[in-house]
Design a protein around this ligand. Structure first.
Ligand code: NAI
Length: 391
């Protein structure tokens, strides 16, 4: 019997990847600690075991819970009464599948980075395994942690936009505008290697965020798409810019743009949803505001922290309006939601608001299926939908 930290303070978190010099692992650690729902107690932090141990020591972890690799971690944690409650997988895409599969099969809950896997086949297998094992799996689609994104979802689902007609969503970045993968940039190196990244370059890395965000807020299911992928940086094997036309159930249309070569764009995630009676706009560089424009009426700026917001937005809000909250708090909201989902599952009850509408394995699978459809669309037809312009 393992002891259960459900009703005894923080859950115990283990981490794979996210060691020295890695990007997202540190964001996970900040987010997990923010509300005291989690304690980081174990890890296999690096593909290089010695570097991983040094990192674990710098984080103050006990040496016996710093492991050479994820297999040793599963064996070591399984032998403990106080084994970890969940593992966070913060490694490059192609490793998510074997690591997540091994932890699920050993009976651990999993928090996994996006895209869920590098191939659709692996994503299907993993999502099925989550259902078969009855374990919890959260997928860190960061932008669905923002309170004003939950407010937008609430407004769309309660008819405040009318029937949705079109969704415009974009995720432009500039950091890969030159061939930094050949200049020693570790993050860019694996992201431009199809074997490590998967089939979709910008579309897999950031297009999956945009796709999830559009579906999350609108509540609409994507039925079909057509895509135009481009690789602007010479010698790169994967797309670094994607334009995708979307058709949602019920006739709504959409446009998605993801780019790693958009100069001047840092993390300019932008969502606009246009309905029959009103529209909504949200921009991650002003994440505390949501702009609501009514047909022939007023345009209002809705601020995070306002009294009249939905419960879903309120439970994800920490400070009064005017004090900025942002990316780290959004990520912490995901971790709070994952903790609540795990606790509710163990307690046999429905999760409270923070544990509802959180991204799970199914959302991860949908993201990988989206990438596959985009790459197929762009590759298959050499664009018969392109019509030459006469003059
Ligand atoms: P990174 O290259 O900065 O870090 C990867 C880390 O994983 C390194 O510490 C490396 O040593 C370690 N690692 C690799 N293989 C390992 C193995 N088998 N066992 C243990 N450790 C291993 O990568 P980055 O940018 O942090 O991305 C990691 C994942 O996070 C990717 O799937 C990426 O798509 C995702 N990501 C998600 C973001 C979000 O907003 N949710 C933002 C950035 C990345």
């Amino acid at each position: 019997m393992t002891s259960d930290s459900t009703s005894q303070g923080p859950l115990r978190l283990g981490m794979v990847g996210g060691g020295s010099g890695a990007y997202i692992g540190n964001i996970h650690r900040i987010a997990a600690r923010q509300d005291r729902h989690w304690d980081l107690v174990a890890g296999a932090f690096d593909v290089d075991a010695a570097r991983g141990h040094a990192f674990a020591a710098s984080e103050g972890l006990s040496a016996e819970r710093s492991y050479d690799d994820y297999r040793a971690m599963i064996a070591g944690e399984n032998a403990r009464e106080d084994r970890i409650d969940a593992v966070a997988i913060c490694t490059p895409n192609f490793t998510h599948f074997p690591i997540a599969k091994a932890f699920l099969e050993a009976g651990f809950d999993v928090i996994c980075e996006k895209p869920l896997t590098a191939t659709l086949e692996d994503a299907v297998t993993l999502e099925r395994l989550v259902r078969e094992t009855g374990r919890f799996m959260g997928v860190t689609y960061t932008y669905s942690g923002y309170p004003m994104i939950h407010e937008a979802k609430h407004m769309a689902s309660t008819g405040m936009l009318g029937k949705i007609r079109t969704i415009q969503v974009e995720y432009p970045l500039e950091w890969m505008a030159t061939a930094i993968e050949s200049e020693g940039n570790a993050q860019a190196a694996w992201r431009t290697d199809p074997k490590k990244n998967g089939r979709g370059g910008s579309i897999g890395d950031i297009g999956t965020h945009a796709y999830h965000l559009a579906g999350f807020v609108s509540g609409l299911k994507l039925e079909s798409l057509t895509a135009d992928l481009a690789t602007f940086v010479e010698g790169r094997a994967l797309d670094d810019n994607a334009h995708v036309m979307l058709r949602y159930e019920g006739g709504a249309r959409g446009l998605l743009w993801s780019s790693q070569v958009a100069l001047g764009s840092s993390n300019g995630v932008r969502l606009r949803v246009f309905g029959e009676t009103a529209s909504l706009r949200w921009f991650q560089e002003r994440p505390n505001e949501l702009v609501h424009a009514r047909l022939n009426g007023r345009t209002e700026i809705i601020k995070r922290g306002a009294d009249e917001l939905s419960e879903a937005a309120k439970v994800r809000t920490r400070t009064p309006p005017g004090h900025p909250e942002g990316y780290l708090e959004a990520f912490a909201n995901l971790y709070a939601g994952f903790a609540e989902a795990i606790r509710a599952k163990r307690d046999g009850r429905q999760p409270t608001a923070i544990g509802r509408d959180i991204p799970t394995a199914y959302d991860g699978l949908k993201g990988v299926a989206f990438v596959d459809a985009v790459v197929d669309s762009a590759a298959a037809n050499n664009q018969p939908w392109l019509t030459p312009v006469a003059v």
